[in-house]
Design a protein around this ligand. Sequence first.
Ligand SMILES: [Zn+2]
Length: 105
Amino acid sequence: MAKDYAKGFYKSQAWQRCRAAFISERETIDGGLCQHCGRKRGYIVDHIVEIEPGNVNDPEITLNHDNLQYLCLECHNTKTFQKHKSTRDDLFFDAEGNINKISPP
Ligand SMILES: [Zn+2]
């Protein structure tokens, strides 16, 4: 579930613009590859210092390109699941931190 304090932020125009600018910046650098594995195309713009109630209104954290990384879904899931100490491989987190079930092919 997206955390309540972050919901408004992820819907904000400031974030949508920042996210789009960051992606096009990455595209000019390496074609928009995942910054972790460098093999797949990025899918999710991730905050390195994660958004918390204490910093959700701090643009130096939330909108700072230096605090963003472009990750493919796999690398993002690895990071997120390590954090939550889960080994489920049939679930993934979307860009807003919502948990989703991967539907069978
Ligand atoms: Zn990756």
